[in-house]
Design a protein around this ligand. Sequence first.
Ligand SMILES: [Zn+2]
Length: 258
Amino acid sequence: MILFYLLIFTIGLCVGSFLNVCIYRIPREESVIFPSSHCTNCNNRLVWKDLIPIASYLLLKGECRYCKEKISPRYAIIELITAISYVLVLIKYGFSLYSLKYLILISLLIVISLIDIDTMNIYFKTTVFGVVCGIVILAIEGISSGYGVHNYLYYFLGGIIPTIIITLIILMTRGMGWGDVEIFFICGLFLGVKLSMVMTFLSFIIGAIISLFLLYSKKKTRKDPIPFGPFIALGAFFAILMGDMIVNLYMSLYINLI
Ligand SMILES: [Zn+2]
């Protein structure tokens, strides 16, 4: 079992390394496949020993082998976060279609959030990929477990309900962007109604806590825009891992009150 999780961790590190490429290249309108990885400062092509997740960063002491330009620790941190979330999802959902679906969603959300933090933009390429993946996975899930109309509806409503809520918020407050609506829709499509509600609720709580922290620690002022994408991603992440527990807790509180 340990070996299995070690394998998943390693796969997570490698995917994380690819996500870093996506985060860097998508806003620059570059292909995520060609050319192969190169130093962004000296343009030297990186060879296999420069590309081992985390290990290369540590061995090279955070510098490019050729031009000694500092490499941001962010790359290694993203690889580590991807790997840890992969292991957590596998622990919770085992070797199943659910795991695959959530791994895809989490990977996509890591890319969307980091690009949102860097550029304050949500890129169409990433959201289209999300919607297409969501529909394909839903179709596979439906065929393999014999879904009826109500099952499909459960996932489409999962996407549509938060979309309506956020659209109303945007129309009333203009505090969020249309890109955020797209992320909510994708997450809901992957999560279904129940977890989608948990995700929406959590993303606002997390957003409020982090925004207050940023304001009070003077890292941001009231005038600075704060990207909301990362909060939706965190909301979805915790909904995936703890959504059932949160719903049960809420229900038991509710039943105790009446
Ligand atoms: Zn270099």
